[in-house]
Design a protein around this ligand. Sequence first.
Ligand code: SF4
Length: 284
Amino acid sequence: MNNNVQIFTGCNPTWCPGCGNHSIIGGLKSSLVQLNLTPSDIRIVFGIGCSGNMNDFLNAYAVHSLHGRAIPTGIGIKLAQHKAPVIVIAGDGDCYGEGGNHFMHACRGNHDIKVFIHNNGVYGLTTGQASPTAQHGYVSKSTPKGIIEQPLNPLSLAITQGATFVAQTFTGDVDHMASIFGRAIHHRGFSLVNILQPCVTFNKINTFAYYQKNSYKIPSSYDAKNYEMSLKMASELNSFKFPLGVVYETERPTYTDQISHLKTKELVCRKPYAGYGELMKEFL
Ligand code: SF4
């Protein structure tokens, strides 16, 4: 990347001191530099939450979308400009809670978007209510007697619903994050990176020390193309063991690969539909 290109906007991050989000923006910057992608090359969609505030700090063509709607916004951009890398950045509450339905269907479609989830088990921006990945029994403002539901397992869900790249990383290791982000961006197809991101202010269980103790790097001998093995590894989250690395990777045609008229030209480069004005009048 040209050294004169500014990947940061110049606005100082407003995240709490020690928040894992500081490392995520550093890991993302490193991966974009390594891939020689400039801010004008990439499209980023942010969800709502502490993660979404990265919109103010990272320089790119970006949209700060609605809560739970970052994935469909990313899919819309991909359909219009299917050659451009599209990254979606959201929190676990946003993507696995409000946006859970979109998440499943994006996996099914193998939409070629890269979904990076800041998973901290809470809704940090609204001061610490339990999110879908909070551990059973987790006590928060919204669950004073402990959460009743079992935690959602994003890795198993993504693999079983058709995602073609499923990985996990940890904000305690910036180099690991940068390498996983790079592999996800390079992959053709729906890519999930579940980022274990301690919320130091509101989640006193899933801390840096907790993940350091309970996570492990996936060995190089592991075959990420083996579906059964990947499901077995993903299920380790249910017993609070956290594999770090690529859990599953396979190949199949993306959504836009299967739309014949996109083969010739990006949608955004086509002439607007001549009857668009008349059509709009019908709806206004
Ligand atoms: Fe980070 Fe939690 Fe602070 Fe939000 S509330 S900035 S997730 S530490």
